[in-house]
Design a protein around this ligand. Structure first.
Ligand code: SAJ
Length: 400
């Protein structure tokens, strides 16, 4: 078989490399010519452990090449972003554009798979679109939805080992897609229909969002009640059937903070908890910024001078360099907007420099500051000593 991979981003490129490693020809397509050029040189444009070697090998061996336009193949994978328009409406225009681009190339017996996170019904919608434009192919294609569930930072391992959910528009499509994935995936392949597979992806991330919202809600209650939330959760989790997640300064990344809206947008009346969880997790970031404001006013009242403030962490979660949709970054921006001659040290040990923020070494910042605000529980921070003489705002449990 030969494969066309539409989209060479965080998921498309690793998947393309994995399929190519299996000695299947993959033609990768991206609308960004710089991305195409980089990949054809055997290099990569994203940061992900082990991906560089996988792509370099695949290109060198001649199994992976990229261009801005698709070619004829037997399998077409749609792995493009599905972002948001205003008012939290999902935007599937990239899926539509990618489908349009391959439309003239499709022939009887081809397999068309969407992997992009998509609103329920997208796969059937694309099927209807394809068959309306190419009526001679009606019921002669195999069409399926198969979401990925890899964790950024561990993609190359999880791509191979995670279980997958595969849902075709009919049983033959499901079977055909399962046979395709069997060649390079070691995790179990679970069969269902397209709508269930679409919903499954959204539910996995919504479930995590709801659980984190519960932890964040507890952190607000505990703050008022004078209870250490970390100790509380640790103790509650000693119950054999309780497993509460960790509160933090909000939920970031481009999946968990986004996917629940795909359900809420289409089923607003029914999605009470899912919608509320989004609100709670967003509110938590705002609350953290307000806490910093209060701490700095208290410091000034008490000491008669402006404090020096260390803001520790910018990434969207611990031990990564990804700042996209980061609640820590949002809080830093908000705190700086309210700045009034305090001195600020901004810290992110996982990146060297930032185009907007001047970064300070984490040890130096924690040492010099009067108020130390922990926004991300990076491993480095855990080695710092808890300094009694400073005001510590530990929003993410560095010293839990
Ligand atoms: N977070 C907390 N408390 C916790 C756990 C996480 O506040 O106890 C925060 C993190 O700090 C971060 C956010 O949640 O801001 C999301 O981080 P994450 O590690 O939970 O997830 P992601 O966004 O890196 O990856 C998720 C994964 N989904 C699930 O775990 C259900 C991954 O498997 C998916 O493939 C990915 O979304 C995706 O692409 O959809």
């Amino acid at each position: 078989a030969s494969v066309v991979m539409m989209g060479l981003g965080y998921i498309g490129l690793p998947t393309a490399a994995l399929i190519a490693q299996n000695k299947t020809h993959v033609h990768g397509v991206d609308i960004n010519p710089n991305v195409v050029e980089t990949i054809n040189k055997g290099e990569i444009h994203i940061i992900e452990p082990e991906l560089d070697k996988a792509v370099a090998d695949a290109v060198k061996d001649g199994y992976l090449r990229a261009s801005v336009t698709p070619v004829e193949a037997d399998v077409y994978l749609i792995v493009v972003p599905t972002p948001f328009k205003d008012k939290n409406e999902p935007d599937i225009s990239f899926v539509e554009a990618a489908t349009k681009a391959i439309l003239p190339l499709l022939k009887e017996g081809d397999l068309y798979i969407i992997e992009s996170t998509s609103p329920i019904g997208t796969t059937e919608k694309m099927m209807d679109f394809i068959y309306s434009e190419r009526p001679e192919l009606r019921d002669k294609l195999y069409i399926a939805y198969c979401p990925e569930r890899v964790l950024p930072g561990n993609v190359m391992y999880e791509l191979v080992h995670n279980d997958r959910v595969i849902g075709g528009v009919n049983e033959e499509s499901t079977e055909k897609a399962v046979r395709f994935y069997t060649d390079f995936i070691q995790g179990e392949l679970h069969k269902t229909n397209a709508r269930t597979a679409e919903m499954c992806k959204l539910v996995e991330n919504s479930s995590r969002d709801v659980q984190i919202a519960f932890a964040n809600e507890l952190s607000l209650i505990c703050d008022k009640a004078g209870i250490n939330v970390w100790e509380l959760i640790n103790l509650a989790n000693k119950h054999p059937r309780v497993n509460i997640l960790q509160p933090g300064c909000g939920v970031g990344g481009h999946c968990i903070a986004v996917d629940p809206y795909f359900i809420v947008a289409d089923y607003p009346m029914e999605s009470q908890i899912i919608g509320k969880a989004r609100e709670i997790n967003n509110y938590k970031s705002f609350w953290c910024a307000e806490k910093v404001k209060t701490a700095k006013l208290e410091f000034e009242l008490k000491n008669g001078r402006k404090p020096r403030i260390a803001l520790m962490g910018l990434a969207f979660k611990p031990n990564i360099d990804d700042l996209r949709e980061s609640p820590a970054k949002y809080i830093v921006q908000k705190v700086l907007q309210d700045a009034n001659n305090e001195e600020y040290y901004i810290v992110e040990p996982n990146i060297e420099s930032h185009k907007v923020f001047k970064l300070t070494d984490y040890k130096e910042a924690a040492e010099k500051a009067d108020i130390v605000v922990f926004l991300v529980a990076h491993d480095e921070f855990k080695n710092l000593k808890y300094a009694e003489d400073k005001v510590i705002l530990d929003f993410c449990g560095v010293f839990k």
